[in-house]
Design a binder for this molecule. Structure first.
Ligand code: HEM
Length: 145
């Protein structure tokens, strides 16, 4: 269901992305702007204010982990749902993450990327990115009943 343009666009975004920068930025922004998402990270230590969240090494590490998860989706663009079966089960049954939060994280990630890429994040590229994230969010939610 992907056009050549869409495949190239997604691959190019991930090719240019600095995971060590974008992952921590997106997760920390999520925890700051949507504080209820902190409830799932009770074992991450100090999340009491924005500076603590941004300086928290566990948040940074986990931000990178989430992006590594997205890289799997890029490598398996034709079967994202199956690729995320296990992760969906983990978030549903073990972590008990409310699936609405997948969209929340996808949205903050979009904002971080748009800010990084600036004018080169054209409306056409953004539309492709949002389509990709929509498929990711649906796949992450696919094992919720
Ligand atoms: C763990 C990916 C969204 C909470 C993980 C792991 C990955 C991952 C790859 C590590 C799994 C493992 O260790 O086997 C993703 C992706 C997401 C997403 C791709 C959506 C795009 C979320 C959201 C939340 C969340 C929205 C909560 C607001 C957690 C928690 C863990 C986890 C609490 C366990 C962390 C730990 O204790 O180390 N996720 N995740 N995830 N995720 Fe997600």
């Amino acid at each position: 269901q992907w056009t050549d343009f869409e495949r190239q666009t997604i691959q190019s975004i991930f090719g240019k992305m600095d995971y060590d920068d974008v992952g921590p930025a997106a997760l920390s922004r999520c925890l700051i702007v949507y504080p209820w998402t902190q409830r799932y990270f009770g074992n991450f230590g100090n999340l009491s204010n924005a500076a603590a969240i941004q300086g928290n090494p566990k948040v940074a590490a986990h931000g990178k982990t989430v992006l590594q998860g997205l890289v799997l989706a890029v490598k398996n663009m034709d079967d994202i749902k199956a690729t995320f079966t296990e992760l969906s089960v983990l978030h549903s049954e073990k972590l008990r993450v409310d699936p609405d939060n997948f969209r929340v994280l996808a949205d903050v990630l979009t904002i971080v990327i748009a800010a990084k890429f600036g004018a080169s994040f054209t409306p056409e590229i953004q539309a492709t990115w949002q389509k990709f994230m929509k498929v990711v969010v649906a796949a992450m939610g696919s094992r919720y009943f």
